[in-house]
Design a protein around this ligand. Structure first.
Ligand code: PLP
Length: 360
């Protein structure tokens, strides 16, 4: 009786191996809700991918987690290096969790002062220096990178693993920006030729590698890896209850009345799973909406489209989703699913917590 992510195991694993094969130097990203799979499951899968290095031609020797808090869940299931994407700050959690994992952690340093702070506490700490990109999230400008290079040299720091750049999702080409950033790395005098990048296409990666053959380019990939073959993934909710209703019957937390006869279908999956109200899809123009109202459609009486579909037809919420279940309205005439039957749900994987993940 759950919201379940069903994974076509053979197809998914084949996809993962294919991505690793086509993405030399890949750094799998396992963060947040683990793209729906959980961080722990992805860490275990990264370990499995590394055991297939002979087939893919690529070791998976580092996994990226989002935060220091996520380190323990990944560290117990994956035994390579763990890159923390959120920049190090001189606060308790960052210092303590990392200390317990010793040399496996690779920190991200995005401010000059943090380079001093991190290495004052642990001179052997391993780190990447983040460059500020057009995203303007975290990172150092050219001058700060130069200063960082001086600090690394003066203090004899040995932990520098590379530089990192986080690029916006590509609408236009990233190449000119990356070229400028790589030139900044060269100009800074930093003793590294490894760069961790995100959101570059295969073609962009190939062009960078041929323009900068002395650099090792390591693409961090989450979505394209874990969720890259949607056809291998199916999300299903369980029908928990069904009630026949007549026009005027009341239901739900708000005691609303049913606009016409049909069934209230209660399904698993609610706000706790990340199920939310959907904006109407398709025609959204004022004119289209006016036409819907004129036809007296159910959305005209305040029912909102839900992400659940029954027999391929997207159904409306009878009221906003509850904590763990949702009430749908199925007008009379349509087939009514039985209790225990599973129905399809469309979700945003990065915002959904499943009760169960079943990998075949
Ligand atoms: C999340 C994240 C990625 C991976 O992004 P996807 O779009 O899921 O591939 C890469 N780099 C950084 C810094 C991130 O935060």
């Amino acid at each position: 009786m759950s919201l379940t992510l069903h994974v076509d195991g053979p197809r998914w694993r084949e996809h993962l191996l294919g991505v690793v094969e086509q993405t030399p130097g890949i750094v799998p990203v396992a963060k947040g809700n683990g793209y729906g799979f959980t961080v722990g499951r992805l860490a275990r899968r990264a370990q499995w991918l590394d055991t297939h290095a002979e087939r893919t031609g690529s070791r998976v020797d580092v996994v990226a987690v989002g935060t220091y808090d996520e380190l323990p869940e990944a560290a117990s299931r994956y035994d390579g290096d763990l890159l923390v994407l959120t920049p190090w700050r001189p606060t308790g959690q960052d210092v303590e969790v990392a200390a317990s994992l010793g040399t496996r952690v690779v920190h991200t340093v995005s401010r000059l002062e943090d380079l001093g702070g991190l290495t004052a506490g642990d001179p052997r700490a391993r780190f990447v220096l983040e460059q500020l990109t057009s995203m303007r999230r975290h990172g150092m400008h050219r001058r700060e990178l130069q200063r960082a290079a001086e600090v690394v040299a003066d203090a004899g720091l040995r932990g520098l693993r590379g530089v990192a750049m986080h690029l916006p999702l590509g609408t236009t080409s990233h190449l000119s920006e990356v070229t400028r950033l790589l030139n900044d790395v060269v100009a800074s005098g930093l003793p590294t030729r490894t760069v961790y990048v995100s959101h570059l296409t295969a073609e962009e990666l190939a062009r960078l590698r041929s323009s900068y053959p002395d650099f090792t380019i390591r693409p961090r990939v989450g979505t394209g890896l874990w969720l890259g073959d949607r056809g291998a993934l199916r999300v299903r909710s369980t029908v928990l209850d069904v009630h026949e209703v007549d026009r005027g019957d009341t239901f739900g937390y708000r005691g609303r009345s049913v606009p016409k006869s049909g069934h209230i279908v209660v399904v698993s999956g609610g706000t706790a799973h990340g199920i939310g109200l959907e904006a109407p899809t398709g025609e959204q123009s004022l004119k289209a909406r006016a036409a819907t109202l004129a036809r007296g459609g159910l959305d005209a009486v305040g029912f909102v489209r839900s992400p659940f579909s029954i027999d391929g037809k997207q159904r409306l919420f009878a009221e906003p989703p509850h904590m763990q279940a949702s009430m749908l309205f199925v007008p009379s005439g349509a087939r009514v699913p039985g209790i225990g039957e599973e129905v399809d749900v469309r979700v945003r994987f990065t915002a959904t917590g499943f009760d169960r993940v079943v990998v075949s």
